[in-house]
Design a protein around this ligand. Structure first.
Ligand code: THU
Length: 158
């Protein structure tokens, strides 16, 4: 049997065209990206979460001289939320970055490990998390759910 998966997502020319609550989320992500500890990659990543109660929780990447011991911004933000407010649901997750790791016109997309963690957050709260990815040229990709960027995720997600 042959199957085809289709995902729907939006491309937006500039993040300043987003609705006000999302512009605030992007601004918070840029602010926290400045707190990244990234002396090795010099790639500063900021992640912000809009919680269901409208509060915002943030995270930035934290590197370590023993490279695998560091953690990505998305996971710092999600674990920050899980540790402080385990009952609160995440409505939206936004990621921004700045640095020379790759071309300014390249899309900024989360690594596989972060996608897996996002998938578990979504499954745990039984409600989709909208994903906003802001590239360095200020363009945005917007997805309805984590499973749109990690189809067939490991776990009981179907
Ligand atoms: N990084 C993130 O914070 N999020 C991702 O989704 C991918 C990569 C961080 C890890 C490392 O500190 C730097 O970016 C370069 O890989």
């Amino acid at each position: 049997m042959k199957h085809t998966l289709t995902i729907e997502y939006q491309e937006i020319e500039h993040w300043n065209l987003l609705p006000g609550d999302e512009i605030e989320l992007v601004n918070e992500a840029f602010k926290i990206a400045k707190n990244a500890y990234a002396p090795y990659s010099k790639f500063h990543v900021g992640a912000s979460l809009r919680m269901e109660d409208q509060s915002i929780i943030v995270g930035s990447n934290q590197e370590n001289i023993a490279y695998p011991s560091g953690l990505c911004a998305e996971r710092v933000a999600l674990f920050h939320a899980g540790a402080l407010y385990p009952e609160k649901k995440v409505a939206k997750l936004c990621v921004v970055a700045f640095g020379d790791l790759f071309d300014k016109d390249a899309w900024l997309t989360p690594c596989g490990g972060c996608r897996q963690v996002m998938a578990e957050s979504e499954s745990r709260q039984k409600k989709p998390i909208e994903i906003l990815l802001v590239s360095q040229n200020n363009k945005v990709l917007k997805f309805h759910s984590v499973l749109d960027i990690l189809p067939l995720a490991f776990g009981k997600f179907n």
